[in-house]
Structures are given as structure tokens and as C-alpha cells.
Design a protein around this ligand. Structure first.
Ligand SMILES: [Zn+2]
Length: 380
């Protein structure tokens, strides 16, 4: 089947195809409706799961997509391709797969990255009873990163302030302050929220019930965004000195996980992070299971020649949410621009995403098989 055919035009279609393919492949389905939000035209929003393999499997692939809403188009296509090219039937004995479709269905349906509360879900998985991490440099940036209008004058004012900030703190500090996560400005960038989001609560509940007897979790969280054409960036958040990082490197290659490779593929030194889902789930599972895996990015955006272009998709999303509204006359065009960054319609991108995703599934599942056998030998 041609790669492009796995890609859906809307969240609604992607969801219907996920459910259909999972049913055809013998998956056990569950759906969770988000009671707090709706999609375009009042569309109900669901996080769906499909389980393949024995219920009591101790080695399980946990594969999520749409954590960052609209980035789900790539992950959803990858999941569909895996289910339709007999992935579930090829699972080794005593292993299972739990596919999670649209962790953040609101963002997926509207073509945005954040949740219904403008929360970056990948900054939301931390202990909300403890004081939230601070990000003092973000406070300095917020006021000029949130223009009321996106005309040339506002943009050049913003870029001027950005340049002054870089002079004072350096380029990396700018990127880090914007994207590491902040817990002070609900209408700002990469806001982590002050309580667990609906998606966070539901995903944790799924992990608690579905993975209760699992001992070994292989984790793939599909994302997209950095400039490129469907190549994979492996963001492994395990302790670099620990066994899970070593295992992931064994599956996907030392080089793929090497920080130098990752930074080069990312386009700059990666920012620091707080509250990411990977750590949240790793911690939740720690009492009975090890988690080995990564956030895996499909490179997707076009190369950006200027700082204004680099930040544009984030600016547009914020403007649509807080200034102009999703029904503004500009909305359609702006959403198209965002879409082109995270889920372009280029054939080469479709081809590369599907080819690279299927290769990654194969490597992961072969790694899981080895991991199960290792444990069986150790138990003999
Ligand atoms: Zn992402």
C-alpha cells in the first residue's frame, strides 16, 4: 500500500481508521471520551486504545501518538501502517502491544499542539502537589512574545526584543526559556499546567489497569516537528548511565541516541525539560516494570531561514487561542501553516515516515523478544 494512503486528513478520519484497523487485526479496543472539550463542529473527542496479544504478557510495547495534538497525524499513520502490515500478528510469543491513539485529542482535532487548556502535555507529568519548577527567564520573555497582532511592526518589535535577550543571555538560553516548560503564564508557551490534564489522568489510569502485570515496557511516543523530511530523532529520557538507556541504544543504535547526533538532527542543543510524559510513566511503573524507550520525532518542518519563521507556528497557535480566536478569518490559513510544519502533505515525507516507522517497530519488537528471552534465561 502506498505510504500516503496511511495518512488521514482529519482527526475524525484518523480515529475511524484506527478503530477499524485495530478491530480487523484482532485488537481489544477501549475508548475514553473527553468530557471537557469538543472538536470542530461540536465533534466529540476520544482517546482510544487497542491491545494486541495475551492479556497477561509481561513484555509490552506501549506506543502513543498525538501527545502534542496535531503531531498525531504522523504517529497515527505509523500505527495504522503497523496494524495493516501484520504487525500485531508478528508479535513474538508472550509479548503484547498497547497502542494509544490521540493522547491529546483536542489538539489533534483542531490542528494545535496544546490541550484544551493550552497545556503542553509533555510538561504536565510532574508532582503538582510540590512547588512547580521556576523559569525566571521566561517571565522576561513572555510580555514581548505575545503580540496582539501578527503584523510586520509587531513582529519586528518582537524580534528586536529577542535579539537583545540573546545578546544578554545567549541563543540557547532563549530557546531553553521558551520551551523547557513554564508554570506561571497559562496564556504563554509550553505552559505545563497546575494540575494533571484530562489526558494525563486518563493515560495514567490506562497504564495502571492495562500494564498492571507487565514487567518490561518498550515505549515509543511518536512526535513530529523539527526541520527535515521524515528522519527519526530518538529522544531517550532514561538515565544515560543506566540499563534502559543501554538497552535502547542496543535496539536503535548507539549513534541514534548519542547527544551529538540528536543535537545535530534537532538543529541546536536541546533544551532542558520538566514534566515530560516519559518520566511520569517511568515513575508510575517503577514498582513493577522497567521502561525502555524514547520520544521519537519524525522530522517534518521545512528548513527555516530566520528566527521569525522558526517561532511562527507557536505564535500562530497562541494567537488563535488567545487573540484572534479559532473562528477568525485568518484561522484557516494559520492552521494550514501549522499543519505544514507538523504534518506536511509532501509525498517524500509520507514515504519516509512510514518506512522509518516500520523499521523502528521491527527493531523495537525484535529488542522486546530478546529482552523477554534474557529474563527467561535469568529465571532458569
Ligand atoms: Zn512533540
Amino acid at each position: 500500500m502506498e505510504a500516503s494512503l496511511f495518512f488521514s486528513e482529519t482527526y475524525e478520519t484518523a480515529r475511524a481508521r484506527f478503530l477499524e484497523a485495530a478491530t480487523a487485526a484482532g485488537g481489544r479496543l477501549a475508548s475514553h471520551e473527553n468530557p471537557l472539550a469538543r472538536g470542530p463542529k461540536g465533534l466529540p473527542l476520544h482517546l482510544d486504545t487497542a491491545w494486541f496479544g495475551p492479556d497477561d504478557a509481561e513484555t509490552v510495547l506501549l506506543n502513543t501518538c498525538g501527545t502534542h495534538g496535531t503531531e498525531g497525524f504522523a504517529g497515527s499513520a505509523a500505527q495504522l501502517a503497523w496494524m495493516m502490515t501484520c504487525g500485531p500478528r508478528d508479535l513474538p510469543p508472550r509479548t503484547a502491544a498497547l497502542l494509544v491513539h490521540a493522547v491529546n485529542p483536542f489538539g489533534f482535532a483542531w490542528g494545535l499542539r496544546g490541550t484544551e487548556n493550552n497545556v503542553d502535555l509533555n510538561r504536565n507529568f510532574l508532582d503538582h502537589n510540590a512547588p512547580h519548577p521556576d523559569n525566571p527567564l521566561y517571565d522576561e520573555l513572555h510580555k514581548f512574545l505575545c503580540p496582539k497582532r501578527l503584523d510586520e511592526m509587531s513582529m519586528s518589535k518582537m524580534l528586536g526584543a529577542g535579539a537583545r535577550f540573546v545578546e544578554k543571555h545567549g541563543q540557547w538560553a532563549l530557546e531553553d526559556a521558551i520551551s523547557r516548560g513554564q508554570y506561571t503564564h497559562p496564556d504563554g508557551y509550553h505552559y505545563g499546567g497546575l494540575e494533571p490534564e484530562w489526558s494525563n489522568v486518563v493515560l495514567r489510569r490506562i497504564v495502571e489497569t492495562e500494564l498492571a502485570t507487565a514487567r518490561r515496557i518498550a515505549f515509543i511516543d511518536w512526535h513530529s516537528g523539527p526541520a527535515g523530511d521524515g528522519e527519526l530523532i530518538y529522544l531517550c529520557f532514561s538515565n544515560p548511565e543506566g540499563p534502559d538507556f543501554a538497552r535502547a541504544a542496543h535496539w536503535w543504535g548507539e549513534n541514534a541516541l548519542d547527544p551529538a547526533t540528536v543535537n545535530a538532527m534537532w538543529g541546536s542543543k536541546r533544551p532542558s525539560r520538566r514534566g515530560i510524559m516519559f518520566w511520569g510513566l517511568e515513575e508510575q511503573l517503577a514498582a513493577h516494570a522497567r521502561l525502555t524507550g524514547a520520544v521519537i520525532e519524525f522530522r517534518s518542518a521545512r528548513h527555516k531561514p530566520s528566527p521569525a519563521k522558526t517561532i511562527r507556528a507557536s505564535l500562530l497557535e497562541r494567537w488563535l487561542r488567545f487573540e484572534g480566536g479559532l473562528d477568525a478569518p485568518e484561522a484557516k490559513g494559520f492552521l494550514e501553516e501549522i499543519r505544514d510544519d507538523y504534518a506536511p502533505r509532501r509525498k517524500s515525507w509520507h514515504d519516509n515516515v512510514i518506512r522509518n516507522a516500520l523499521a523502528c517497530y521491527r527493531e523495537t519488537i525484535s529488542g522486546m523478544s530478546e529482552w523477554t528471552q534474557e529474563r527467561a534465561r535469568a529465571a532458569d
